[in-house]
Design a protein around this ligand. Structure first.
Ligand code: PLP
Length: 397
């Protein structure tokens, strides 16, 4: 008997999405574990440390409060929005209207995807660097838009050259997404690059979307620039932040967008139709996170910086030549030729149980590289390097 399953066929938009790299890694991991290997997962960028104790304690208190048991307000709690505006003033000396220029999010990924839904019509072009954090590209695909990918190349220190956007694409472009310190390349952008980007967006009437997920995770004294520090940026720009990385709160799902009030208003409209905002107790806890003493950040930075140094030194002992990334929780390294990034990562998992992410998982221009997430303690990173040595995995001279 033939079953009628036509009605179970997915919508066209889903067929346009490339496979998610983390899903492919899961298959490789299962195979390695079936072969008796204990995996060391440096693939996904999920912080391994616990949420700070003060934040958990605030959460325990806040969860007892019945006012937090109802549907939360769409716009988030006024106290949370004020705490975000104050954090911005402290960090960047930028003034934000907490009612109009701040919008709490259920993690920044949610907001980035919905922003595309708010502004992209079928056929509109969205400019996104390649490789990129997946949702920067995928929100546009889900919204029926067309991507104009601008490659990040090692020769340009992984800064996109906006002059590469063809004029025909530029005429149809509505939005530009970008992200520095960058996931996955760990590159940082000088302030002048942000200024050029604001000028490019102004000239071409683009909405500018900057993802500052690694606002705090910077080393050797480097301080990342906020888009909103650039004069004129707020006329057309919004910036996305997450509590996931700085405060080890990835599982809590909490982030925020700030910047242009009209852009945020449309994002808010999409959200009112699709979600109910963040659990009130999580917002109370997030307020306490934003006012943690600077020593929390300093310890976090010191930990990731030591891990970075262990991983870079380890890869160098295997023949790689790398610069120490100035920010993020990643090391981005070239794949030994002639392997593709996927084949290299698969081979490493099969033979050592060490999991990296293939660069191609972040877009075609990520081919030739792999990403190491610094989400394990130093001795585990050393163990990963020892396994690579034993398997004679090297970068040829
Ligand atoms: C980790 C990360 C995020 C965080 O997303 P959440 O949904 O807030 O957890 C956003 N953007 C980039 C570039 C990231 O690396």
């Amino acid at each position: 008997m033939t079953l009628m399953t036509e009605h179970l066929t997915e919508a066209h938009r889903l067929t346009l999405l490339p496979p998610y790299a983390t899903a492919q890694l899961e298959v490789l991991r299962s195979a390695a574990e079936a072969n008796g290997l204990t995996c060391i997962d440096l693939g996904i960028g999920s912080p391994d440390q616990p949420t700070p104790k003060a934040v958990i304690e605030r959460m325990i208190e806040a969860i007892q409060d019945p006012s937090n048991h109802r549907y939360p307000a769409f716009r988030g709690k006024p106290a949370f929005r004020r705490a975000i505006a104050e954090w911005y003033r402290r960090h960047y000396n930028v003034e934000l209207d907490p009612d109009k220029e701040v919008l709490p999010l259920i993690g920044s990924k949610e907001g980035l995807a919905k922003l595309a839904l708010a502004f992209v019509n079928p056929g509109d072009v969205v400019i996104v660097p390649d490789p990129s954090y997946p949702v920067h590209q995928r929100g546009t695909i889900l919204a029926g838009g067309e991507l104009c990918l601008v490659p990040l190349r090692a020769e340009r220190e992984f800064l996109p050259d906006w002059a590469e956007v063809p004029a025909t694409m530029l005429a149809k472009a509505r939005l530009l997404f970008y992200n520095f310190p960058n996931n996955p390349t760990a590159a940082v952008a000088p302030r002048t690059f942000h200024e050029e980007t604001v000028e490019f967006a102004r000239k071409n009437d683009l909405i500018l979307v900057h993802d500052l997920a690694y606002a705090e995770l910077a080393f050797d004294g480097y301080r990342p620039t906020s888009l909103l520090e650039i004069p004129g940026a707020k006329d057309r720009g919004v910036e996305f932040h997450t509590m996931s990385k700085t405060y080890n709160m990835a599982g809590w799902r909490c982030g925020f967008a700030v910047g242009n009030a009209r852009v945020l208003e449309q994002l808010y409209r999409v959200k009112t139709n699709m979600d109910y905002g963040i659990f009130g107790a999580i917002q109370d806890a997030a307020i306490s996170a934003l006012s943690l003493p600077q020593s929390h950040i300093e310890q976090l930075i010191a930990k990731y910086q030591r891990r970075r140094d262990v991983m870079v030194a380890g890869l160098e002992s295997l023949g790689w030549k790398l610069e120490r990334p100035k920010a993020t929780m990643y090391v981005w390294a070239p794949v030994p030729p002639p392997l593709t990034s996927y084949d290299f990562v698969a081979d490493v998992i099969n033979r050592t149980g060490v999991i990296f992410t293939p660069g191609s998982g972040f877009g075609a221009a990520g081919e030739g590289f792999f990403r190491v997430s610094l989400v394990a303690e130093e001795h585990i990173l050393k163990e990963a390097i020892a396994r690579l040595h034993q398997a004679k995995i090297r970068y040829p001279a």
